[in-house]
Design a protein. Structure first.
Lengths: 100, 442, 168
C-alpha cells in the first residue's frame, strides 16, 4: 500500500513542471501541452484522495476535468490554427498585435 | 506441481506462459493469414495463387519472412531517426498488447480485467500513433498525407465501432469479456440476433479500423504509393504488416466475444444427450468437422500431380485425424479441460469465419474515395450508431418495464432502426451541398 | 507489496522524466511524444490507485483523442524555422524561481499536514466494482454537471469548427 503522500508529491512535481512550461516557453503549442500537464497533475491528486477516503467522487471529478481538457484543447488549437494562417507564427512573443 | 512454485509468483506463471505463447505464435499466424488471403483471392479470381514455394505454396510465408529479414534497411535522408525507429514499434506493441484481455476459450485469457473491452478499445486507439509518427518521420509528403488520412479515418470509425459495441453492452451489463459471454449464455441467444444493426455497425467500423478494403485508400498500392508505409522496407515494414494482421485478429476476437457468443457452441443451452451417455449431441461437432476435413484431404491426396504434394496432403489428413481424436478424447476428460479445448475450437472457428468475411469483402467491393469514406463515417454510421443505442435502450425498457417478450421488443426496435438507416442512406445519396457566397462571413 | 512499490516508482520516474523532457525539447513533435508518455504513466498511476475506469478513460480520451488532435495540429503548423529560434522567453529565470517557490509552499503545507494524511488501510473502503460505482455517481448525484459538460462539449465543437474552418 503506497501512502497517499507519495502521490501528492508526484502530483506536485508534475504541477511545477507544467507551471515552468507555461511561464517559460515561447512556442504556444508547448504552452498548451504544459497546461494539459497541469490538469493531469490535478487529476492524480484527486484520484489519490478518492482512494484515501474510499469514495469515487474524486474520480468523477477527474472525468469531468478530462472532458474539460478536451474541450479546451480543441478550442485552443482552433485559435492557434486560425492565428497561424494569418501571421505565420506560433511564438507567443510575436503575437503582439494588440499592443500600442 | 503447485508446491514447487513459490506463492509470491504463482499468480503470474500461467499468464506469462500464455503471453509467451501468443507472442511466439502470432507472427507465424499472421504470415499464414497472408497466405490464406492470397489463396482466397486467387480462388475468387478463378486462379490458383502461390503454388511454387513448398507444396501448394505452404512455405510462401517462410520465404517472405526470410526475404524481409535479409533486405537492406533504408532510412530516408533527413528522416527523424528516433521516430522512424519508434513508429513500427508502437504499432506492433499496441497490436500485441491488446491480446492480454482477449479470451480465447474460457481458460485461455492472460488477464480478466473488469474493464477488458474498454482496455482493448483503448489499446487499439493507441495504434493510431504508429501510423501518424511513421508518416511524419519518413520526411515525405506522400507518407505524411497518407498517414494523416489514415489517422482521420481510424479516429472517425473507432467512434462508430465503439457505439456499435455499446448497443451490445447494454444487453450484457458488464465490460468484462468473460461476463459478456456468460450473459449470452444466460440469455440464450448470441447478441448478433438481438442487435443485428449493432453487429453491422461494428463490422463496418472494424473494417475501416484495420485499413482493410473497401476502406484501404491510405495504403492501397495505386494510391499514394503505400501511404505511411512507403519509406519503410525490410524488417520495419514487416512489423507494420504484423501489426495490421494482429489488429485484424483482435477485431475479429472482439466481434466474436460480443456478438457471436465467444466460446459458446451453437445452441449452448440444449443439453440433449445421446441415450445412455452424458454425451451431448452438439459436442461431437468439433470431432466431426475434423473428420470431414481429414476425409477431404485423403480424397484429394491421390489426385495431386507431384509426389511431395501427395505426401503433404496425406500428412494434413493425418493431422486432422489427430485433432479429431483430441476433440473426441477431451469429451471424456474433466469438464474444465473439455470446456477449455472445445471453447477454444469454437472461438477460433468464429474468428476464422469473421476473417473470411474480411477477405471476401476485400475482393468484392471497390474502394471508397476518401471524402466518400469520411462522409459515410460521420453522416451515416455515427448517427445510425447513436440511434441504435437509443433503440436498444427502448427495447430493454419495453422488455423490463412493460413485460414484452425479448423477441418482439428487439424485433420492433430493429425495424425502427433499419427504417432510420434507410432514411439516412437516402439522405446521403443526395448531392453534397455546394458552398454559397454568403459563407464568406465567418 | 514490493511489486506495488516497483510499479509506483517506475510510473513516477517515467511521468516526471517525460514531463521534464517535454518542456525542454526543441522539436515540438518530440515534445508531443513525451507528453504522450507522461499521460500513459499517469494512466498507470490511476490503475495503481484502483481507478480502473479512469485508467481506460485516460487512455481513450486523453492519449487517443486529445493528443491525436495535438499531433495533427503540430504537423499542420510545423515550421522548420521554428527549430532554430530561441526556445525560452526572457522571463525564464524569474519564472523558474517563482515556480520553485510555489512548489516549496505546497510542499511545506503537505509536510505540516502529513500527520492528518495517515488513515489506516484507505483502500479497503473503495467500492468493489469501480465502473458501476462511477456510473451510479455520475447519473444520480452528478447529473447536472454531466449535462453541463455535454453542453460544454457541444459549444467547444462548434467553436473549434468555426475557428478552424478555411475561409472561401
Amino acid at each position: 500500500m503506497i501512502p497517499t503522500e507519495n502521490y501528492l508529491i508526484l502530483s506536485l512535481a508534475l504541477f511545477t513542471i507544467g507551471v515552468v512550461g507555461v511561464l517559460t516557453r515561447r512556442n504556444v503549442i508547448i504552452v498548451l501541452m504544459s497546461i494539459e500537464l497541469i490538469l493531469n497533475a490535478v487529476n492524480i491528486n484527486l484520484v489519490a484522495f478518492s482512494r484515501h477516503f474510499g469514495s469515487v467522487d474524486g474520480q468523477v471529478f477527474a472525468i469531468f476535468i478530462i472532458t474539460d481538457a478536451a474541450a479546451e484543447a480543441a478550442v485552443g488549437l482552433g485559435i492557434i490554427l486560425a492565428f497561424f494562417r494569418n501571421r505565420e507564427t506560433v511564438l507567443a512573443d510575436e503575437m503582439d498585435m494588440l499592443k500600442w | 506441481m503447485g508446491h514447487l512454485i513459490p506463492s509470491s509468483i504463482a499468480p503470474y506463471v500461467l499468464p506469462v506462459i500464455y503471453a509467451v505463447v501468443i507472442v511466439a505464435v502470432l507472427p507465424l499466424l499472421a504470415g499464414y493469414i497472408v497466405l490464406l488471403e492470397r489463396k482466397v483471392m486467387a480462388d475468387m479470381q478463378a486462379r490458383l495463387g502461390p503454388m511454387r514455394v513448398g507444396p501448394h505454396g505452404l512455405l510462401q510465408p517462410i520465404a517472405d519472412a526470410v526475404k524481409l529479414l535479409l533486405k537492406e534497411d533504408i532510412i530516408p535522408a533527413n528522416a527523424d531517426k528516433m521516430m522512424f525507429w519508434m513508429a513500427p514499434l508502437v504499432s506492433v506493441t499496441m497490436a500485441l498488447l491488446a491480446y492480454s484481455a482477449l479470451p480465447i476459450g474460457p481458460a485461455f485469457q492472460i488477464a480478466d480485467l473488469n474493464v477488458g473491452l474498454l482496455f482493448i478499445l483503448a489499446i487499439s486507439s493507441l495504434g493510431i500513433y504508429g501510423i501518424v509518427f511513421g508518416g511524419w518521420a519518413s520526411n515525405s509528403h506522400y507518407s505524411l498525407l497518407g498517414a494523416l488520412r489514415s489517422a482521420a479515418q481510424l479516429v472517425s470509425y473507432e467512434t462508430a465501432a465503439g457505439l456499435g459495441l455499446v448497443s451490445a453492452l447494454l444487453l450484457a451489463g458488464s465490460l468484462s469479456m468473460k461476463e459478456i459471454v456468460q450473459a449470452q449464455y444466460d440469455q440464450g441467444t448470441w447478441f448478433i440476433f438481438s442487435v443485428p444493426v449493432g453487429f453491422f455497425i461494428y463490422m463496418v467500423g472494424s473494417i475501416a479500423e484495420t485499413n482493410r478494403a473497401p476502406f484501404d485508400l491510405p495504403e492501397a498500392e495505386s494510391e499514394l504509393v503505400a501511404g505511411y508505409m512507403t519509406e519503410y522496407s525490410g524488417f520495419r515494414w514487416s512489423l507494420y504488416f504484423l501489426a495490421e494482421y494482429a489488429n485484424m485478429i483482435i477485431v475479429a476476437g472482439i466481434a466474436t466475444t460480443l456478438f457471436l457468443g465467444g466460446w459458446l457452441r451453437p445452441f449452448a443451452r440444449w443439453h440433449d444427450h445421446f441415450p445412455g451417455t452424458s454425451l451431448e449431441f452438439f459436442d461431437v461437432i468439433p470431432s466431426l468437422v475434423f473428420l470431414g476435413a481429414a476425409a477431404y484431404c485423403f480424397s484429394l491426396a491421390p489426385k495431386q500431380p507431384v509426389q511431395i504434394q501427395k505426401l503433404v496432403m496425406a500428412a494434413f489428413g493425418g493431422l486432422c485425424l489427430v485433432l479429431a481424436g483430441a476433440m473426441a478424447a477431451t469429451l471424456f476428460a474433466s469438464p474444465a479441460v473439455m470446456a477449455g479445448v472445445h471453447g477454444a475450437f469454437w472461438f477460433m472457428a468464429k474468428v476464422i469465419a469473421y476473417l473470411y468475411a474480411f477477405l471476401w469483402f476485400r475482393f468484392t467491393f471497390p474502394r471508397y474515395r476518401f471524402d466518400q469514406l469520411m462522409r459515410l463515417g460521420w453522416r451515416f454510421l455515427i448517427p445510425l450508431a447513436l440511434v441504435n443505442v437509443i433503440d436498444v435502450g427502448i427495447a430493454i425498457i419495453l422488455r423490463q418495464e412493460l413485460g414484452w417478450s425479448p423477441f418482439w421488443a428487439m424485433l420492433l426496435m430493429t425495424l425502427v432502426t433499419l427504417g432510420i438507416a434507410m432514411w439516412l442512406a437516402s439522405e446521403g445519396a443526395k448531392p453534397a451541398a455546394t458552398l454559397q457566397p454568403a459563407d464568406k462571413g465567418l | 507489496m514490493i511489486l506495488n512499490q516497483i510499479l509506483f516508482y517506475f510510473f513516477a520516474v517515467l511521468a516526471i522524466g517525460s514531463a521534464i523532457l517535454m518542456v525542454t525539447r526543441r522539436n515540438i513533435v518530440h515534445g508531443a511524444v513525451f507528453l504522450i508518455s507522461t499521460l500513459l504513466a499517469t494512466a498507470g498511476i490511476f490503475l495503481q490507485l484502483q481507478a480502473e475506469f479512469l485508467f481506460v478513460v485516460q487512455i481513450i480520451l486523453y492519449v487517443g483523442g486529445i493528443m491525436v488532435l495535438f499531433v495533427f495540429v503540430i504537423m499542420l503548423v510545423n515550421l522548420d524555422v521554428a527549430l532554430r529560434q530561441i526556445q525560452f522567453n526572457r522571463q525564464k529565470y524569474a519564472a523558474s524561481v517563482l515556480a520553485l517557490v510555489l512548489a516549496a509552499q505546497v510542499f511545506f503545507a503537505l509536510w505540516v499536514a502529513r500527520a492528518g494524511l495517515n488513515l489506516a488501510n484507505p483502500a479497503d473502503r473503495m467500492p468493489a466494482r469501480n465502473t458501476e460505482a462511477i456510473a451510479d455517481a455520475i447519473f444520480q448525484r452528478y447529473m447536472l454537471p454531466f449535462e453541463i459538460a455535454s453542453i460544454l462539449l457541444l459549444v467547444a465543437m462548434i467553436g473549434a469548427v468555426v475557428m478552424a474552418k478555411r475561409r472561401v
